[in-house]
Design a protein around this ligand. Structure first.
Ligand SMILES: [Zn+2]
Length: 130
């Protein structure tokens, strides 16, 4: 088991043990809105939008793009689950602005290992988190 797994599973056990009546929340979001935003780990939609469990749908992907899958989720959110407003929220310093599809294609074509970035651009090198 990985170190992360050893951290996430106990945290989930604590969270689920404390879930209580939230298990009885209805499937449709109580505040009837959805947010499409970036997957950036520095963003916490619950905090920046003041959300609690059951409040809103949060759809995330790299860059908070209205991709086919994101649009599918938003359509389900509206048509089947009653959301009335959608927010598309981007942020400063988004990592998606650091590369192009061509750069990603070149990186993947030459190695499947994690790449790193510096002032000269993206390189095959060391894992980012070592
Ligand atoms: Zn981003």
């Amino acid at each position: 088991m990985s170190k992360i797994n050893d951290e996430v599973l106990p945290a989930n056990n604590v969270y689920s043990a404390d879930f209580g009546d939230k298990a009885k929340l209805p499937i449709p979001p109580g505040r009837r809105f959805a947010i499409l935003t970036c997957m950036d780990a520095r963003l916490d939609p619950a905090k920046f939008a003041g959300l609690s469990e059951g409040d809103a749908h949060v759809i995330r992907n790299a860059g908070g793009r209205a991709s086919d899958d994101a649009i599918r989720s938003l359509v389900i959110s509206y048509k089947l689950l009653g959301t009335q407003e959608w927010f598309v929220i981007h942020h400063t310093d988004c990592g998606m602005l650091t590369f192009t599809n061509e750069i990603m294609s070149d990186l993947l074509a030459s190695s499947l290992k994690t790449s790193s970035v510096d002032k000269n651009g993206w390189h095959h090198c060391c894992p980012i988190n070592t």
